[in-house]
Write a protein that binds this ligand. Structure first.
Ligand code: GTP
Ligand code: MG
Ligand code: ZN
Length: 367
């Protein structure tokens, strides 16, 4: 496979000429897993690691390679391994802003042309979450396309209602509805795929991202479901009876389809720490979230603020006090959970300091 088939164009070649030693070669990062990279160069796909210097000069995590990046490498061990010396500038990137910070970003993928933002009609559908994905995609300079999967599990009327709710929210991105089971809508996705362009699949665990790539990869799958011998087969796994995914995909991986398009499979976004726990909470306590929209203050914590619609509902016995307590407790935990690793570490440190400054007395237990 030539680098051109992996999406290389003159712009990246020029950047490499500017920034890299002439004896280095260009490769694309095709997989990122904790602790390691795979890069695809002229010779094929090989494991790679960062040079100490690249690790040292990297100012933050966004300076380090991510899946989709073009990098300058030197092969070693007879071409079975590579060292990544430099990351070329990115034409687009998917980044998650670390909550509460202005400049801290977590990089998810780079050099993406189109992002498929995927939700399943069944269980997973949530317009608010869809909006968050779309904001992230657009901020990254990437064109979004919304895919609604598992249409085989809902009626035509229900499907129409879901699409209507997306439009009602003012979302004007293209929407494709599809079923990996019946194959409906897959041709519409295929028509969007252009050779040499890079697409990524974003969405919760279990919505069918890997299944879709498998379907697109093997074209006409035999009826018994057995894939042709050399087709891409990404592992997929049934969702639980509540529709919860199993976090089957654990690494970000770029796959070249026979037709020439490049697809990046992703773990469910919660795996990536992208979608906070609080969202799930809002889904579970939709009644409270709905009431909260009527509180006088947008940041009402439903404690003692005036004009609190949630507490008013409890007083009217429209809302169970225990349910509210549970919600408040869980949201406190979720707020902590949603913090970035760094923020959490800082909080833990502050807590440690506080704990140390409190005089120890009578801490013995179990006596
Ligand atoms: N009924 C139905 N089931 C589907 C469809 N697409 C995928 N599934 C099933 O949904 C389950 C989850 O699919 P995956 O492809 O593993 O989901 P994923 O988005 O890759 O999940 P993670 O890798 O965990 O992020 C599998 O059992 C699939 O067979 C669909 O269109 N209709
Ligand atoms: Mg998957
Ligand atoms: Zn309130």
């Amino acid at each position: 496979m030539e680098l051109r088939d992996l999406g290389l164009d003159q712009w990246f070649v020029d950047r490499a000429l500017e920034q890299c030693d002439p004896d280095l070669s260009i490769a694309r990062v095709t997989a990122v897993e904790r602790g390691g990279y795979l890069v695809h160069g002229e010779q094929g796909e090989i494991p790679a690691e960062l040079t100490g210097r690249l690790q040292f000069v990297a100012g933050g995590s966004t300076d380090l390679p991510t899946v989709g990046d073009w990098v300058c490498v030197r092969e070693r061990d007879g071409g079975t391994q590579a060292n990544i010396h430099a990351v070329l500038p990115r034409r687009s990137s998917l980044r998650r802003k670390v909550p509460g910070k202005d400049i801290d970003f977590q990089l998810i993928a780079a050099n993406i042309d189109v992002a498929f933002v995927i939700q399943a009609c069944h269980f997973d559908f949530n317009v608010r979450r869809l909006e968050r994905y779309l904001v992230m995609v657009r901020e990254g300079g990437i064109e979004p396309v919304v895919l609604l999967t598992k249409t085989d599990l809902v009626s035509a009327a229900e499907l129409q209602d879901l699409v209507g709710r997306i439009r009602d929210a003012g979302i004007d991105a293209r929407i494709i509805t599809l079923s990996n089971v019946t194959g409906a809508g897959l041709d519409e996705v295929r028509e969007l795929l252009v050779p040499g362009r890079t697409y990524c699949l974003l969405g919760s665990s279990g919505v069918g991202k890997s299944t879709l790539i498998n379907r697109l990869a093997d074209g006409a799958a035999p009826a018994d479901g057995a894939a042709p011998p050399d087709a891409v087969v990404l592992p997929t796994q049934a969702v639980s009876h509540t529709g919860e995914g199993r976090h089957t995909t654990t690494r970000r991986q770029l796959i070249a389809l026979d037709g020439g398009a490049l697809l990046i499979d992703m773990p469910g976004m919660r795996e990536l720490g992208m979608i906070g726990v609080s969202e799930g909470l809002e889904d579970t306590f939709a009644d409270i979230a709905e009431l909260a929209t009527k509180c006088r203050f947008t940041d009402c914590r439903h404690a003692s603020e005036p004009g609190c619609a949630v507490r008013a509902a409890v007083e009217r016995h429209d809302l169970d006090a225990g349910r509210l307590r549970n919600y408040l407790k869980l949201s406190k935990e979720a707020a902590f959970h949603d913090l970035s690793y760094l923020e959490r570490r800082q909080k833990a440190r502050e807590f440690g300091r506080m704990a140390r400054s409190v005089p120890k007395r009578n801490t013995s237990r179990g006596r």
